[in-house]
Write a protein that binds this ligand. Structure first.
Ligand code: ADP
Ligand code: MG
Length: 268
């Protein structure tokens, strides 16, 4: 299905818009005992501001390694990485941590929320390491939670929220420092298909508002919500395609007549 809707090389379509991510000849090798494991072998990708990219490929193909490098969680063995014009591949330690915290919003498969902490405090967390004053922290966290439809759940702890709601809290947290991009590694991997649609509708909405989104998925239906699919295999990019006629998660949700209403999946 995804092959039918994808055709044409993702070329310099975005040459007119501003380049957000440029990686050239990125290589990553790990030393494990006496073995050298090559996770990435010369990856070059440009991503413009406002793109919505799904990274695909079999297990072990280098997707997470790629995301970790783009997310400044790790440094490449070889190659260069420019984020909004800054060469982050030359940075290390505190500088890299500051870039990560200020410019990138992360969303994970398992949500990674603090358990005994309210949704509001979870969303405020990334601002603790900034100069934002406490009152403004609270206001910004409230605003982001309202944007993801959780205005009435701010005091709930993760265990009092459904999976979809927890992922929405995580997305609010990812947005709270006004990042340049959202990086999501299998954001729907722990969710049922209906809740996945809800999360994808949210990400598509953010993207429509101009947010750059890069997500990893192994599901073709999820990748069909992106505008561009980059396929990895054995540490290399093997396909890079624009998605034609991409699906709108919101309208698929509306089509899903058998779906219970929003509150039905809540945990009592
Ligand atoms: P994917 O996310 O596509 O499943 P990964 O990027 O996690 O792939 O892994 C790519 C390759 O690199 C795999 O062979 C994996 O075993 C190896 N690898 C990933 N992370 C590490 C690490 N921290 N140490 C050693 N090898 C690793
Ligand atoms: Mg992975």
């Amino acid at each position: 299905m995804d092959d039918l809707r994808c055709h044409g090389q993702a070329k310099s379509l975005h040459a007119m818009t501003s380049l957000l991510i440029r990686v050239t000849n990125l290589a990553k090798r790990y030393v494990v005992g006496e073995q050298l494991v090559t996770a990435l072998r010369g990856v070059s990708v440009d991503i413009a501001q406002g793109e919505f990219v799904a990274v695909m490929g079999p297990s072990g193909s280098g997707k997470s390694t790629f995301m970790n490098l783009v997310g400044c969680l790790d440094s490449p063995t070889e190659g260069a990485y420019f984020l909004a014009g800054d060469e982050v591949s030359r940075m290390s330690g505190d500088t890299l941590a500051a870039i990560r915290n200020q410019r990138i919003g992360f969303v994970f498969q398992q949500f990674n929320l603090l358990a005994r902490t309210s949704a509001l405090d979870n969303v405020e967390l990334p601002m603790l390491y900034t100069t934002v004053a406490p009152r403004e922290r609270r206001e910004r966290a409230c605003k982001r939670l309202a944007e993801v439809g959780l205005a009435d759940r701010m005091d709930h702890h993760p265990s009092q929220l459904s999976g979809g709601q927890q992922q929405r809290v995580a997305i609010a947290r990812a947005l709270v420092n006004d990042p340049l991009l959202i990086l999501a590694d299998e954001p729907t991997g722990a969710l049922d298909s209906r809740t996945s649609l809800e999360v994808m509708a949210l990400l598509q909405g953010l993207n429509r508002g101009g947010m750059t989104v890069v997500l990893v998925t192994h599901e073709h239906d999820i990748a069909a919500f992106a505008r561009r699919n980059i396929h990895f295999r054995d540490g290399r990019v093997v396909r890079d395609l624009q998605v034609e006629d991409r699906d709108a998660a919101q309208s698929l949700r509306e089509f899903d007549e058998t779906a219970p209403d929003d509150n039905a999946e809540e945990i009592a």
